[in-house]
Ligand binder design. Structure first.
Ligand SMILES: *Cc1c(COP(=O)(O)O)cnc(C)c1O
Length: 320
């Protein structure tokens, strides 16, 4: 793992050390006031012992936006990007060779100070851990639209990849699981009407041939998979709309036979087709994703770029 510490207003030199426990304060500031954030992306193997990182610059930029929101110090590229490259080089043989396999990369940053008062910590630790990840075959994901809890609201931290967003969502996930669903479909925090995210993924709907996804704007996590998928869809000349979509519109499109597909999108699964969707006392089942559907085709396109079978025409891969 890579470790770097921030103190006295500056980042110290990063070190790569064996994965393991580390000394720190008994109750570091992150445990009191929650300054803890993370990222997630992947490295893919190349023949001859090489590897590529997928859009590490986008994850770096997003982590720094999260730092700003959480009053934490930004992390320089010399630690985030160069550190990831050095670590993946060292861990190269942990990347499984099977099709679709990768090395999952998890940067985390957390407050290590020993606080008395409520204020931003003045010391932080940044760590990058990695772990092998096999190909991810997602079955249909069943979601229940959440009408009690909310994930985010305007002015909150919904666009930041901070641990607190996850802590606040776990009870809703557990309750959804007790009701027989995999997770919740998050609705907006004010009207409980507009669809925001599919559990821990961004969400897309295919309605009458157009791909519709909620717009970024503070309450939605700006997924790098979301951005990549929208870019590839536009390349494929598929109409794309980033606009608000209500839960009623989803059910009405289904009733009218116009809901051609729906999926969660994120680094782990790329495209995770949705199955059952419940909202209050009504339920629909989304059409299974056919191999020639627009979502399956864009998923294959992205997989092709990550694996090197297709040209990297957007410059998304960093070879190491
Ligand atoms: C990380 C995350 C996503 C997906 O982001 P990717 O960069 O595509 O992996 C979507 N929603 C939430 C809440 C997330 O934390």
């Amino acid at each position: 793992m890579l470790v770097a510490d921030y103190a006295n207003g500056t980042w110290g030199d990063p070190k790569i050390v064996p994965y393991g426990a580390q000394m720190m304060a008994a109750a570091p500031a992150v445990a009191h006031y929650g300054q803890g954030i993370f990222e997630g992306f992947k490295a893919f193997p190349r023949s001859g012992g090489g590897a590529v990182l997928f859009r590490p610059d986008a994850n770096h930029a997003r982590m720094n936006r999260t730092c700003q929101r959480m009053a934490m110090p930004e992390i320089p590229a010399s630690i985030f990007i160069d550190g990831t490259a050095a670590l993946v080089q060292l861990d190269r043989n942990w990347i499984p060779e099977s099709d679709g396999a990768a090395l999952y990369i998890r940067p985390v940053m957390f407050a290590t100070g020993e606080p008395l008062g409520v204020r931003p910590s003045d010391t932080f630790r940044f760590i990058i851990e990695t772990c092998p990840s096999g190909p991810y075959f997602s079955g249909a994901v069943d979601l229940i639209a959440e009408d009690v809890y909310v994930r985010a609201f305007p002015g909150g931290t919904g666009a930041a990849k901070c641990g607190g967003n996850y802590a606040g969502s776990m009870l809703a996930s557990l309750e959804a699981q007790k009701k027989g669903f995999h997770n919740v479909l998050w609705l907006d925090g004010i009207e409980r009407k507009w669809v925001e995210e599919a559990g821990l993924m961004n969400v897309v709907f295919v309605i009458g041939g157009t791909v519709v996804t909620p717009p970024l704007g503070g309450t939605i996590l700006p997924g790098i998979t979301r951005d990549s998928v929208l870019t590839l869809l536009r390349d494929m000349k598929v109409p794309v709309e980033e606009r608000r979509i209500s839960i009623d519109e989803v059910f009405e499109a289904h009733a009218a036979g116009r809901l051609d597909g729906a999926a969660g999108v994120g680094t782990a699964a790329v495209i995770a087709p949705l199955g059952r969707l419940r909202h209050k006392d009504r339920e629909i089942t989304v059409k299974p994703m056919a191999p020639d559907s627009v979502l399956a085709r864009v998923g294959a396109e992205l997989e092709g770029i990550r694996s090197g079978r297709l040209a990297d025409r957007h410059g998304w891969l960093l070879a190491i």
